[in-house]
Design a protein around this ligand. Sequence first.
Ligand code: UTP
Length: 474
Amino acid sequence: MESKLKEFQKKLQAIGQSHLLHFFDSLEPSLQKRLLGQVEGLDFAHLPVWVDRYVKNESPVAVPTAFEPAPSYPAVPRDAGQRQQYDQAVRLGQSLIREGKVAAFVVAGGQGTRLGFDGPKGNFPISPIKKKTLFQLFAESLLAASKKYNTTIPWYIMTSPLNHQATVEIFESAGYFGLDKKDVFLFQQGTMPNFDFDGTILLADKDTLASSPDGHGGSLKALYKSGAIADMRRRGVEYISYWQVDNPLVRTIDPLFIGLHVQDRSEMSSKALLKADPLEKVGNFCLVDGKVTVIEYSDLPDEQALRRNPDGSLVFELGSIGIHLIDVAFVDKLNRGDDFALPFHRAVKKIPHIDAAGHPVEPTEPNGIKLETFVFDALPMAAHSMILETVRAEEFAPVKNASGADSPEVTHRMMIERAARWLEQAGVKVPRKADGSPDCVLEIAPSFALCAEDIRDKVERIPEIRPGQTLYLE
Ligand code: UTP
């Protein structure tokens, strides 16, 4: 250990971070080892550049000056020709799923600070009646899709070092929610150290660097480094269906999206929503130098965000919702490149740490910088990128905040409303209140229906729904 210590003292000195070993001598050997392990994990070659470019520089990511709206496929086909194309895409998607060419992938490495839930966010109970967790709903959806297409859809789940163990325990104690353990692949994303404003890495404790997960963009490296991509290759998987853990309405496996992605020879595709208002806090799908690029709401000038077409629609109307289809070959290609890196985004945060005397500091004001990468920043790296518009009420109700917008209460309501709509589309009568909302509590298990069309052959199994009733369908 002595020679390792010397080596890292030297390396840290060279990048102006010697303080990280300041308490080394006061630690017992096991903690010394732990600290050295973390120091060893630092990217010494890039750290000084990152500090200059992203920590000390307040607007590190250049906002493009010339951009236009990105083209997209509408949620509902525009005409008969497009209807035919969508029908073909659905058939293509279905056959690719059947052939085992599609894997499911959820990113669940976030810290979920806004929700303030104790434990991995995927363990948050969300379904209206059975209180199924997000993980359980996704698992049931994949089980149902595997059955529907007579295949096995493997599921890859990205965690972070902060929640990996807890996530594994949740899956173990739930018996993998009925999935075969060998088809569930849990792996961890990377982390980034946290900095104070002048670029000094903070210590969380005498033996621990302050660090946080490197953002959902870290998934593109972690998929490769963890062996997940190699595992997909072994299974013959070619396409990855990507979503984020907080959205229980997501269609985990969508034949239309898969089919259009492949028809269009897209390497990385996205689903998009019409923004609820011009300044909604979602990324905007734009075209920059002919490449699909997401420009963050904070970077899109208001006058652009507010621009309207002659028909009244917004010029930049499409928002990003963290649903993608990604070619396995694309992730492979990125990682085999010389120096694949996504740009970092800088977040000013309150970061608990210890001071130079080793005393804990719990800041009341933001005191430092966290660096994260975003998965959509890989879109311009794709040779081609397709966008499919989807409908918010059908597919997007993220649980982000404890109350207000994007809270569990809103998600519940949207889950019930979607169930009511699906039933009505199949001809079932759903009691509604004077304000139009369902006068009942409904929950449709993925085993009963994965989409509205699945209900049509099951209508005779649905009892009459009375006002105020609670009905669970499985
Ligand atoms: P959010 O941007 O909502 O972040 O993540 P979060 O960490 O979950 O929540 P807050 O901001 O602390 O309240 C969107 C999705 O990306 C995943 C999250 O798990 C969620 O599915 N994510 C985010 C990661 O997998 N890793 C990360 O480093 C960050």
